[in-house]
Design a protein around this ligand. Structure first.
Ligand SMILES: [Zn+2]
Ligand SMILES: [Zn+2]
Length: 146
């Protein structure tokens, strides 16, 4: 178990670096269609100009909040964007309170802003960031095999 942990941390460190360094082409970070399933409470889907289709659940997005506070908190605890806090996992099982946005507002042409039902609303999710943390099956498989 402890040996596994060491390997996983190293892999995440490498992924973190990749996410920072890789430059994405303009078509990969320009959305063609954005679907926010607020009523269904499921998540967000984006069709990009380069043909890629991304999706994220609301719970994932909340845990990947790019605001300074959440970012620092993740850095401190070594979590990847979207990863559930160990403490929260237990809370979710007890209360089953699903994370969902009360309001989703476009910020200019470059980002989405979420006002979450837990009161948090300082995260600005830029297209570039969202594409880098794409949670579609293809991207997940790629990051798993690394
Ligand atoms: Zn935040
Ligand atoms: Zn993807």
């Amino acid at each position: 178990m402890s040996h596994e942990g060491i390997r996983i941390v190293r892999g995440e460190e490498a992924r973190r670096q990749e996410m920072l360094e890789e430059k994405l082409p303009a078509d990969a970070v320009t959305p063609k269609k954005v679907r926010v399933m607020k009523t269904e409470g499921t998540g967000v889907e984006i069709d990009w100009k380069d043909g890629h289709q991304s999706k994220w659940s609301f719970a994932w997005l909340r845990n990947a909040c790019p605001c300074a506070t959440c970012h620092e908190e993740r850095e401190r605890t070594g979590r990847m964007p979207g990863e559930v806090r160990p403490k929260e996992q237990k809370l979710f099982m007890m209360y089953e309170a699903p994370v969902r946005p009360l309001e989703v507002t476009p910020i200019g042409k470059y980002a989405l802003k979420f006002q979450w039902n837990d009161g948090h609303d300082s995260g600005i999710y830029a297209w570039d960031y969202l594409r880098r943390v794409c949670q579609c099956d293809v991207c997940l498989e790629q990051s798993d095999s690394e």
